[in-house]
Structure formats: C-alpha cells, structure tokens
Design a protein around this ligand. Structure first.
Ligand code: APR
Ligand code: ZN
Length: 235
C-alpha cells in the first residue's frame, strides 16, 4: 500500500467510539449501533462496517465507512468537512482550473462607499481539458465571460476581504467546473461558493453596490471554506 489511503486521512481526524449512541448516522441514515448503510464502491478494504468515529473538534459521530465514502466522493485533498456543522479538518482546497488573478486600485468610489477608492480584481481562466478532479475528466470545459471583473471598496475591511480572496484563489476555491445555474451550460467554469460583485456603478443584477451586508457575507462564505483572518495574515 502506497502513501496515505482515504481511510488513513479520515482516521487522522477521528477518535474511536467504542459504544456508539442510539442515534442514526446522518450520512447513511442507519443506526450508529449497526453497520454502515453505504453500499457503493471504494470502501471494500475499510475496517468493519460497524466502526464508528467521532470527529475530534466538533464531536459529530458517523460510521467510518460513511466518512470514507464521503471523502472519496470529494476531491481527496487531505481535508474533511463535517457534513453536519461544516467544521473543516485540514486545509480545504477546490478544483479551480489554472488561470490568473490580478488586482489594482481604481480612483472611483462604489455606491455606498463614498469615502474610499475601489479595488478591481480581474480573474482570467482560459478554456481547457477537465482533469480527474472535475465532473467529466478528459472532456473540454468552456470559460465564459472572462476576464471577469469584480469590485471591493479599498477600505480596511475591503482589503481584508481581498487578502482572504487571494488565499481562496491559491487554494483553488474561487471557481469550479460544472453546470452554470445562470446559463444552464454544463462543463464550464462557474463561480464557487464565494460571492463576488461584478457590477460597478449600480446594483441592477444583485451582484453590485450598494449592498451594506456584502463584506460581512463574503467573510462568512470564506469562513465556510475554512479561510479566516489568521490565513490572511500569513500573506
Ligand atoms: N456576478 C457575480 N456573481 C454571479 C453572477 C454575476 N453576474 N451571476 C451569478 N452569480 C453567482 C450566483 O449568485 C451563484 O451564487 O454565482 C454563483 C454561481 O452561479 P452560476 O450561474 O452557476 O455561475 P456562472 O455561470 O459562473 O456565472 C454567471 O456571472 O460573472 C458572471 O460572466 C459571468 O455571466 C456569468 C455569470
Ligand atoms: Zn453511516
């Protein structure tokens, strides 16, 4: 056996549970006191179907086989996210295709932020071929609407969001490959779960300013990806 198996990775974040509680595993919906209900591939070599583990930080409990199956269904980056409370173990990364992120300050104010200039972020991702971490490996993906321009106020909080977005970019969490909910096109580059403001002078689309809650919302979305202020300070 070479390197770390999915079971090794998952076990790193678990404490063994000898007497499981009279509760259901929320992954397979079967009792924790009985075997895992997971029937798919990929857990053949994994311990016993009865094994139960407790995630070390949040305390939520699951069948070991259910957690390994969940891990195998993701991008297998060595991290694990509790499906109940979203606590992240390890460093979560995504499957954003190769590209470029740039930013600069432009001498204009955003609606709702009259006292500062504006940071413009420019993302550029070219079309390409999907890799094994994407929905259809080997098949091409398209990339629409690039370069995509996004805006942040050049305020203390806006600059903090920028620092965290740079971390998210490095961890490949800004974009993904999948089906666009706006256009319905599949096998294309799409925004991941961190909202961006792509409209500059107004808010006709809902993706513009003013939006008083935006910076706090995006900080929450970054946190859900495991990116917090401590990450931003490393830059
Ligand atoms: N600007 C910013 N975010 C958007 C936009 C937009 N114009 N349109 C949708 N989103 C958000 C959605 O609210 C959702 O949360 O992106 C997320 C994913 O939506 P999809 O439609 O699946 O994403 P995508 O196809 O990448 O984006 C649609 O956004 O930036 C533009 O040029 C891009 O026209 C495209 C549009
Ligand atoms: Zn289970």
């Amino acid at each position: 056996r070479k390197g770390k198996t999915p079971e090794d990775v998952v076990k790193r974040y678990l404490q063994k549970v000898r007497n499981p509680p009279e509760e259901d595993c929320t992954i397979c919906m079967e009792a924790l006191t009985g075997p895992s209900g997971y029937k798919g591939p990929g857990v053949g070599g994994v311990s016993r179907a009865e094994s139960v583990g407790r995630l070390a930080q949040c305390g939520h409990q699951y069948h070991l086989q259910c957690l390994v199956a969940m891990y195998n269904n993701g991008n297998k980056d060595g991290s694990l996210q509790c499906p109940t409370c979203k606590t992240i173990y390890g460093v979560k990364t995504g499957n954003q295709p190769p590209g470029k992120m740039e930013y600069h300050v432009i001498p204009h104010s955003l609606p709702g932020h009259p006292d500062c200039k504006t940071i413009r972020i420019i993302y550029n991702i070219p079309p390409g071929i999907q890799s094994p971490e994407h929905p259809n490996p080997g098949k091409p993906f398209t990339a629409r609407g690039f370069p995509r321009h996004c805006y942040l106020p050049d305020s203390e909080k806006g600059r903090k969001v920028l620092r965290l977005l740079l971390v998210a970019w490095d961890r490949r969490l800004i974009f993904s490959v999948g089906t666009s909910s706006t256009t319905g096109e599949s096998d294309t580059v799409i925004w991941n779960e961190v909202h961006h403001k792509t409209e500059f002078g107004s808010n006709l689309t809902g993706h513009g300013y003013p939006d008083p809650g935006y910076l706090d919302n995006v900080l929450e979305e970054l946190k859900a990806q495991g990116i917090t202020e401590e990450d931003g300070q490393q830059l």
